[in-house]
Write a protein that binds this ligand. Sequence first.
Ligand code: GTP
Ligand code: MG
Length: 133
Amino acid sequence: SEKAFVMIKPDGVRRGLVGEIVSRFKKKGLRLLRGEIMEISRETARVHYGHLQDKPFFEELVDYITSGPVFAMIVEGKEAVANARSLIGPTNPAEAPPGTIRGDFGLAVEENVIHGSDSPEHARREIRLFFEK
Ligand code: GTP
Ligand code: MG
């Protein structure tokens, strides 16, 4: 069994999607080990998205992710990282198929509702960053 870090972004929280999204993870069979509403600092946002710091949209991304509370989660289960990402769908909601969270609830890449870690190693780093300080 494996752990994944998943975070409902501020647009998802503002739009009241937390319950619906959590229920999709549970129905899939992933266990919710922790789930917390939290405000994240610009510093945490910069560390979390550090690999994108040279992108032209980096400041916009930091603004977005700090624009309100997020719902941070640890989910656990078999291949939790890959299974969480398949529930979430592709980065751009316009290209995400219906049935995926981004496909059902998003319109554009600037507000794509949810984050999921992309490897078990990054999941461990993100869990440390969001839950252990
Ligand atoms: P995360 O689960 O959030 O990490 O998304 P991802 O793994 O599907 O995509 P990636 O890590 O490449 O990008 C991280 C986040 O940056 C995306 O989820 C978007 O919120 C944002 N992003 C990516 N591309 C663009 C873009 O072209 N413009 C803007 N404004 N944001 C972008
Ligand atoms: Mg990513």
